[in-house]
Design a protein around this ligand. Structure first.
Ligand SMILES: Nc1nc2c(ncn2[C@@H]2O[C@H](COP(=O)(O)OP(=O)(O)OP(=O)(O)O)[C@@H](O)[C@H]2O)c(=O)[nH]1
Ligand SMILES: [Zn+2]
Length: 307
C-alpha cells in the first residue's frame, strides 16, 4: 500500500493511508538515496509500506520519488543532510509587524531558500488586529510594495480574531500542500489551530501512543485541512538552507535580478562592483528595490564567511 508520512519521531513514522493513520518503521536495510541524509524519510514523503504480522504497524520499503523538498539551514557550500519536508506546492512565511517584527532580511532569506528549492512562496502577515500607528502602517505598505510585484502574494490575517482566514487565505491553501514557517511567536500554532480545529487534539493522541521524542518541537508535522489540502508545520525550524550555489548564481533566486542576467558585461558577474553590470544599473534606475539588493549583498557575504 501507499501512504504519506505525516510525522516523524526519528525511529517511527506516522503514515496516513487513505483514512487511516499507521505507525511504521524502516526496513532494516533501507537503501539511502543520493542526498546522503541523516534522516532518510521526511514529512510529506509518499512511501510504499506493508503491514506487519500484528496488523497494527507497518514496514516502509520504498520512498516514492520526491517532487521537491526543503532541507535544514546550512551554508551554501556545505553538504546538506537534514530533510524537513517534501512534495510541497508552496511555502508560507508567517510574519508580524511587532512582537517580534520580522526583518526584511529574514523574509528575503526565506524567499531565496524557496526559490532555490523551486517552491512558490507567499507571505502571511499575522496579528493584523494589533496594527496601530504610522510606523507600522509604513512597514505593512513596504511589505506589499516590495513583495507583490515580485510575485509573492501578501495576505493579511489575524489568527487570534480569525479574520482574513476563511476569505483569501483559505482559497490560497485549499487543495495544496503548504509548508508553514516563521519566527517563534508569530502565531503559527494559533493559525494552525484556527484552520485545523483538531490539530491540537491530534498532536496529543499521537504522542500518547508512540515512543518518546514524539512531542519534541523540532519535527515537522502534516495536518489535513477540513476543506482539503494540508499544512506542514515546522516548529522550531526558523530557516531553511539554500541549495548549493556559486556567487554568480545567487542572483538567479532574486526574480527582479533574474530577468537581467546574461546582460552584464562579464558572465560571472556578482553584481557588486563589476563594470558593465546591468543589475547595478537597474538598481540605480529604481527597478530593483534597494532593500532587496542589500539582502542580496548580505546573503552573498554571509555565505562567503562560512566557507
Ligand atoms: N494580537 C494577536 N496575537 C496573536 C495572534 N496570533 C497569535 N497571537 C499571540 O501570539 C503569541 C504566540 O502565538 P503562537 O501561536 O504560540 O506562536 P508560534 O508561532 O506558534 O510560536 P512558537 O510555538 O514559539 O513557534 C500568543 O500569545 C498568541 O495568542 C493574532 O492574530 N493577534
Ligand atoms: Zn552584474
Amino acid at each position: 500500500m501507499i501512504g504519506r508520512v505525516i510525522k516523524s519521531t526519528g525511529s517511527w513514522y506516522i503514515v496516513q493511508v487513505a483514512e487511516q493513520v499507521i505507525s511504521a518503521r524502516l526496513k532494516g536495510k533501507f537503501k539511502q538515496d543520493e542526498l546522503k541524509l541523516t534522516n532518510p524519510i521526511a514529512v510529506g514523503d509518499w512511501v510504499k509500506l506493508e503491514r506487519e504480522a500484528n496488523q497494527e504497524t507497518a514496514v516502509i520499503s520504498e520512498i516514492l520519488p520526491r517532487e521537491n523538498y526543503v532541507i535544514r539551514k546550512s551554508t551554501r557550500k556545505q553538504h546538506f543532510s537534514h530533510i524537513i519536508a517534501s512534495n510541497l506546492d508552496q511555502a508560507i512565511l508567517v510574519i508580524t509587524m511587532k512582537k517580534p517584527r520580522t526583518s526584511l532580511g529574514f523574509i528575503d532569506r526565506f524567499l531565496v531558500s524557496a526559490e532555490s528549492f523551486r517552491i512558490p512562496a507567499l507571505l502571511v502577515v499575522n496579528k493584523m488586529d494589533q496594527l496601530e500607528g504610522e510606523d507600522e502602517a509604513e512597514w505593512l505598505q513596504d511589505i506589499h510594495e516590495i513583495y507583490e510585484p515580485l510575485g509573492y502574494p501578501v495576505i493579511e490575517v489575524s489568527a487570534l480574531k480569525e479574520t482574513g482566514l476563511k476569505e483569501k487565505f483559505l482559497s490560497l491553501i485549499q487543495g495544496k500542500s503548504s509548508l508553514i514557517s516563521g519566527h517563534s511567536g508569530v502565531g503559527k500554532s494559533t493559525l494552525l489551530n484556527a484552520l485545523v480545529p483538531e490539530a491540537r487534539q491530534e498532536t496529543k493522541e499521537i504522542s500518547g501512543f508512540s515512543a518518546k521524542g514524539v512531542h519534541t518541537t523540532t519535527f515537522a508535522e502534516l495536518f489535513t485541512l477540513p476543506e482539503g489540502g494540508d499544512l506542514i508545520d515546522t516548529p522550531g525550524i526558523k530557516e531553511f538552507g539554500i541549495l548549493d550555489v556559486e556567487d554568480n548564481e545567487l542572483s538567479h533566486y532574486f526574480p527582479e535580478m533574474r530577468k537581467y542576467l546574461g546582460q552584464c558585461k562579464y558572465n560571472n558577474c556578482t553584481h557588486i562592483n563589476e563594470p558593465g553590470c546591468v543589475v547595478l544599473k537597474k538598481l540605480e534606475q529604481g527597478f530593483i528595490h534597494p532593500y532587496r539588493y542589500q539582502s542580496y549583498v548580505n546573503i552573498l557575504h554571509e555565505e562567503d564567511s562560512h566557507r
